[in-house]
Design a binder for this molecule. Sequence first.
Ligand code: IDC
Length: 332
Amino acid sequence: MYPSRRGRLGGKSKADADEPDGVSETPVERHGQLQVVGTTLCDDSGDPVQLRGMSTHGIQWFGWEEFLTDAALDALADDWQADCCRIAMYVQEGGYETDPEGFTDEVRRIVDAVLDRGLYAIVDFHIHDPGDPLANLDHATTFFETVAAEYADSEGVIYEICNEPNGVAWDRIKAYAEAVIPVIRRYDPKGPIVVGTRGWSSLGFAEVGSEGPREIIENPVDGENLLYAYHFYASTHGQWERDRLAAAADELPIFVTECGSMEADGDGTNDFESTREFMDVLADNTISWAFWNYSDDWRTSGVWTEGTTDGSWTEANLTPTGQWVRETLRDR
Ligand code: IDC
């Protein structure tokens, strides 16, 4: 198997972790507590940071034991050399609302496994139907109260409070965010929080009647260390979106918490040329990203071939999507 390129935090402080023990630092050891300075995500020294990694699929289908195991996460950390892992906890569709305690336990288990490898864990409250985040406000309050209280002292947790609002005005999303953020901040005063945006986190571009990022710029969410989500699928989206994303990045802190090289339904053909052009915009603007999705789903977006299980996390079992993303992540 591939050599681990990292030590394990294992109780080491960041200072200790710098010990020249022949093993490179983990992303959390290297960057520490993240913060938003102006429109840029920065590390604890104030230097800009671009995190790059994967999103899980919905953990109700591809969660711990079904798919995510220690071996799967070792491959993501040590072979793929990801900086972050987004944990997609659907609220509907057989998700959190069916078993709040059980799904909170599952998120806790995956967050701990991600942090143990020194990767940043993005806790994704994965709503998109219903598109109005206020429909899930009570669930969000309960869930994030528990998660923020438990991870308040961790340097490696990022809170994504609503995956893809849609069909609602910016005011409602802002109202939801300004109800949930204080719940998190009561326990975790600094952890970065990503707020979903109109039109399936398109910054409003995909929402009829939206004025796009202007609505956010003129009426931002109240709080510190906040970022706004943008999602793209490179076979569906192109230069029109790339130009507007680059312009928005001049005025807003953005995190691409979900993106893909295929159609917006997670399937269809890959357009790796368009994906590369999107990745260039993200790199030029130091925008972090998580690719959809770390699973063996049959759709184009699954990075592992169907039936990949423990012990078979080798290049031979990667789909074309997986080959492309792994190479991109390893290309430092
Ligand atoms: C899709 C999954 C599919 C699942 C569906 C459920 O690929 O297996 O049945 O969700 O709604 C998103 C969403 C994400 C979607 C993904 C691809 O955040 O949940 O996954 N996508 O459609 N936004 C744009 C694309």
